[in-house]
Design a protein around this ligand. Sequence first.
Ligand code: THG
Length: 371
Amino acid sequence: MMAPATLSQSRRTRRTPFSPRVEAAGVKSYTVYNHMLLATVFESVEADYTHLKQHVQIWDVGCERQVSIQGPDAARLVQLMTVRDIGGMIEGQCFYAPLVDTDGGMINDPVGLKLADDHYWLSLADSDVLLWARGLATGLGLDVATHEPDVWPLAIQGPKSDDLMAQVFGESVRDIRFFRFERLSFNNHPFVIARSGWSKQGGFEIYVDREDLALELWDALWEAGQPFEIRPGCPNHIERIEGGLLSYGNDMTRAHNPLECGLDRYCHVDRPIEALGRDAVAKVMAEGTRRLVRGLKIDGGPVPPTTDEWSVQVNGKHVGGVTSSAYSPDLASTVAFAMMDKGFWDVGLAVKVVLPDGTMRDGSVSDLPFI
Ligand code: THG
């Protein structure tokens, strides 16, 4: 088992404007994401999960840092970084975008926001994309300004999200469509509000760009959320595996191409886009992938945290690796993501999984998402 050590905090483990409320709510555990604190547990992962699926939660996801790309060459730089065709994006649209290098390796999987024809935000997963963006802009002599703005997303997630948000931002918040954003006011400041978030329970993300209003906004949402049994929360490990949400750094890295990560539908390499990864991804698409991310159900009750890849075997032969796993109370099974070798990713295939203590568990390959 992992030692119950604490996290040493310093300026490098950056806080967010909401950190005082997260602490007051009794956060039990943190991880570090984009060099910033991200809560992982409040009551318990299981209790947080059950509550998220029934009520509404407020999440400090300030660690979802933005890379702002602005200027005459902004669209060109964004398109160089992603194999998703951004040509048809309109202002007010969010787009999930695999960022891919010249080898086809995954650099990040942000949510992009088109703020204006010459202004984009990339709302990052956990890797240093600003360095990559600035390197490209410098090397190619692009006419763009890139920086990490003072913007801290605050997520409202769960089935009662619409009712809560309507109390604070007005009824029009209900009309925001999935992966679209509007600017709605709180305290006379228009905040970018998107219908998005890292759960499958529905909800919104508020891109908080006023540090001085952050706690006031949290408190207003908290007050209005009382009848809805609001609780503080965070991206939930069980819920995100059930929902098939891959975590960059855990389930995919630069060693994987987007097709291996099951992101085919965001790879428009048959179009004349200028993406750096276009040729590499087109080649894999033509030849077929050697690996594919799959669901895996593992028998025999809860398992320890997946801090190393667990070998998946068939007849004693290594055929894949488990990258994340959690016991799902609702499915009464351990559910996992596994990167499976070609020939071993058919749904229903019976496998063995080697746990860290060397014990073997029976498992079977499953489609994603689980729910
Ligand atoms: N919101 C914002 N920033 C983020 C995340 C977020 N940055 C980090 C991380 N999450 C980026 N990764 C993802 C992965 C999946 C989704 C969003 C961000 C997601 N996917 C939808 C799904 O799988 O149902 C599909 C979206 C689509 O097809 O358009 O929501 O959550 N701000």
